[in-house]
Write a protein that binds this ligand. Sequence first.
Ligand SMILES: Nc1nc2c(ncn2[C@@H]2O[C@H](COP(=O)(O)OP(=O)(O)OP(=O)(O)O)[C@@H](O)[C@H]2O)c(=O)[nH]1
Length: 331
Amino acid sequence: MGLGGLAVGTVLWERQASAWAWGYMVFMCYVWPHLAFLRARLSTHPYRTETHNLVLDAFFVGMVLPLMHFNVLPSVLVVTLTMMDRIASGIRGLWAVSLLSIAAGVLVGIALFGFHWAPESSMHVILACLPMLLVHTLSSSLSSHRLIRKVTRQNQELDGLRRVDALTGLHGRSHWEEQAEKALRTYRAHAVSACVLMLDIDHFKPINDTYGHNVGDEVLRRFAQVVRKNVRVTDCASRYGGDEFTVLLTGMTLDESLPVAQRIRAQVQDLRLRDLPDLRLSCSVGVACAEAGHSDLRAWMAAADGALYEVKKNGRNGVAHAPVAVRIPIG
Ligand SMILES: Nc1nc2c(ncn2[C@@H]2O[C@H](COP(=O)(O)OP(=O)(O)OP(=O)(O)O)[C@@H](O)[C@H]2O)c(=O)[nH]1
């Protein structure tokens, strides 16, 4: 606003404006910004007050155009920069209200100061407009730059949170699903085998109910350690939700995946918590390998889930695999 005062003041100086015109310019460019700031600071609803300030501000900008006799460069500049700020604020509809407010300001300005038309901008006026143009444009670019960096950093943090389950350190469900979908596409395109293990801790609810959630959490962490220990770094293990875990074994056949599942099951059975040495744990595992019949990840997961259900139905603490489709040779 202060730099705007330089441009407006130069026009007023060239046309030897009245004391009223100078008074208005000083109010608008050097007094009003402080009043607006104070209004927002002292308000009980600062956001709403600041929005009103921006609309009022646009009105004052409108009034200055007749005062400058519509001198073309500063007029276009103040209106453009005002609208840029309103659009950049991201407040819905503010630009439209501000545009109307500028128009109202122009009409009130004409009523108060009269209508005079002298659009030519002299070299003095052009030079006086440059600081406002340069400083505003550069500072806007700087804020956009900062905003983009902040959003990028926050996106990376969000992505990290999405990828990792905070309690167990295993991958989160959505990241795991992305990897599994990729593996299914690779299987379809290049016949690279991949198997899914769906693991569920047996009778986990009674552990929570009997010993409390802290012990439940400890069980989940220890279970996750066993899973992590038994998969390769190229595999993807996730906490799918609650006490359910999934493992994606890429490049492995059913015959290679079943021993992995059995190993995890056996090691979970041997787990002991230091403070509760009598607590016995077990888990059930359903295994399903990618097949041509799996139209999407949901179908593949349903196959693993069906196998897991079989284990639960038959007494838990076991491993089962989904029925393997019989390939019928063509011709
Ligand atoms: N401690 C703890 N418990 C959780 C967490 N998330 C889910 N749970 C609990 O996990 C339990 C899941 O129990 P279920 O899978 O329904 O049943 P279950 O007792 O394991 O029975 P089966 O699976 O049939 O053997 C529920 O009691 C949830 O409240 C968690 O982050 N921490």
